[in-house]
Design a protein around this ligand. Structure first.
Ligand SMILES: Nc1ncnc2c1ncn2[C@@H]1O[C@H](COP(=O)(O)OP(=O)(O)O)[C@@H](O)[C@H]1O
Ligand SMILES: [Mg+2]
Length: 461
């Protein structure tokens, strides 16, 4: 029998916000054992990109003045999807077998009707596409008469608004319509446990919250530890608050799952002129990486790769800095777009998914884990999160691709031991950076540095 979700009585909702993909509620609450919770709750969310666009398209179709217009508009997405040549459908998707039913493959379709000089869907390209799909309409008068005077412009607008980050991410990760999304951040924790790096991701678990007597299923994620690059000042006050033992916010998930000492070190009180909670907190400079910092980034690169995470930009990390402004650790947030079906065919990177070719390094301890882990244990760890069998198989596929890269040596990955991390000079660490001319900052070392310099400034610039 499936274990029942932990039940959290919500005491307070502090903030609700629309994330890229769904709502997040900042809550505090308590479970039946009296453990306190403070963090972010995401209600159960199932992806439905295609469905949402189809629904709006249907409304446009129903307003069409002719029955043939209504019919063609109703079938437009599906017909376009089927007719779009396979090579175009597949080009962002890696090695994915496209099933013959509607799914989230809107991005390449929208690209086909986008005017690249404006970056917007062009009604003229849409019209050309429509007539290419339905040549029988050519003899029936103008499309405006058949579809309605504003239909093409409305569809252009609809497709433009559909090209959001969310859809791009789901496309990139190859997460199909109908898949549960919120629980993926808990699944990533299971992979982190397996790789023996649980401190690198914020603990998340399936829960049911009780809000005004109503039970709502979803996923609860603890508050991350470290400096939030989106709110660098608030982040520091947050770090200090969380270092006070016994404070709410650390309860909930058993102590064993909390980040280790190094992870919690963050910024020491002594460095800061203000007191905990006071506004006058001095912002440190970012001065570079120290021992456990680059190792954390190296290990997270591996975790993200196995999880097929297309969204690890520098603002989806919390940063722990020492007294000298050196990065000593990170904790990853926003892990909901992981574990789709993306299975790269080469050692290359896929946008923000850093492939073996750009990793540069793995830590010795991670190398040991990777050597020891079998595909079956990864598959087992991923049970119970409502992932599809193909998604679990893709994770196993990425694991074996990475193991292969380490074995054949073609990606040029260096294995770095614990003592080597500590004795690395700044120039050596610079060699871990990968620069990507397209602007995605080739690997996580570069992304972390660029973000920290952007947010905190650096004495070097
Ligand atoms: N677990 C967390 N702990 C602390 N802050 C968080 C946490 N999750 C999200 N946040 C805050 O909310 C912001 C947006 O959350 P995120 O999960 O990145 O959603 P999205 O990028 O989809 O909007 C983050 O940049 C961070 O400031
Ligand atoms: Mg984010």
């Amino acid at each position: 029998m499936e274990p029942e979700n932990r039940l959290i009585q919500v005491l307070q909702i502090k903030k609700a916000k629309e994330g890229t993909l769904f709502q997040r509620w900042q809550i505090s609450g308590r479970d039946s054992e009296g453990l306190e919770y403070e963090g972010f709750f995401t209600p159960k969310t199932v992806s439905g990109v295609w469905e949402a666009v189809q629904k709006e398209l249907q409304a446009i179709a129903e307003a069409a003045p002719t029955s043939i217009g209504r019919d063609r508009l109703t079938h437009f997405l599906w017909d376009f999807h089927v007719k779009l040549p396979e090579n175009k459908k597949g080009r962002t998707l890696g090695q994915v077998a496209l099933a013959p039913y509607p799914e989230s493959t809107l991005v390449p379709m929208i690209r086909e009707v986008t005017d690249f000089s404006t970056g917007r869907v062009d009604p003229f390209l849409l019209e050309t596409t429509f007539l290419w799909l339905y040549p029988e309409l050519k003899s029936q008068g103008s499309l405006e008469r058949i579809l309605g005077p504003r239909a093409l412009r409305q569809i252009a607008h609809l497709l433009d608004s559909a090209t959001s980050d969310a859809i791009n991410l789901l496309e990139c990760a190859v997460i199909r319509d109908g898949s549960r999304i919120d629980l993926r951040s808990a699944a990533v924790c299971a992979v982190a446990e397996l790789l023996k790096v649980p401190h690198l991701v914020v603990p998340a678990e399936a829960v049911t919250i009780l809000l005004n007597g109503k039970a709502i299923e979803g996923t609860f994620m603890q508050r991350a530890v470290g400096l939030d690059p989106k709110h660098p000042m608030a982040g520091q006050a947050g770090i200090l608050a969380q270092q006070v033992p016994g404070k709410a916010g650390q309860a909930g998930i058993p102590a064993g799952q909390l980040p280790g000492k190094a992870g919690l070190a963050g910024i020491s009180v002594g460095q800061l002129p203000g007191k905990v909670g006071q506004a006058s907190v001095r912002r440190p400079f970012f001065t570079g990486f120290a021992g456990s910092g680059p190792k954390a980034l190296a290990d997270l690169q591996v975790l993200d790769y196995i999880c097929g995470n297309p969204d690890r930009h520098g603002y989806n990390l919390f940063y722990q800095l020492d007294d000298h402004g050196r990065l000593t650790g990170v904790q990853a947030i926003d892990n909901d777009c992981c574990l789709g079906r993306l299975l790269p065919q080469s050692y290359e990177s896929h946008a923000l998914l850093t492939g073996p070719l750009h990793m540069k390094t793995v830590s010795y301890s991670m190398w040991e884990q990777l050597t020891a882990i079998r595909e079956d244990s990864l598959k087992k760890a991923l049970e119970g999160f409502e992932l599809e069998p193909e998604e679990i198989a893709a994770a196993a596929g990425r694991l074996s691709l990475l193991k292969q890269a380490l074995k054949d040596g073609q990606a040029g990955i260096h294995v770095i031991s614990e003592s080597e991390w500590d004795s690395m000079a700044a120039e050596d660490l610079d060699h871990l950076m990968e620069y990507d001319p397209s602007g995605d900052h080739g690997n996580l070392f570069t992304r972390a540095r660029v973000t920290l310099e952007e947010v905190l400034g650096s004495p070097r610039i």
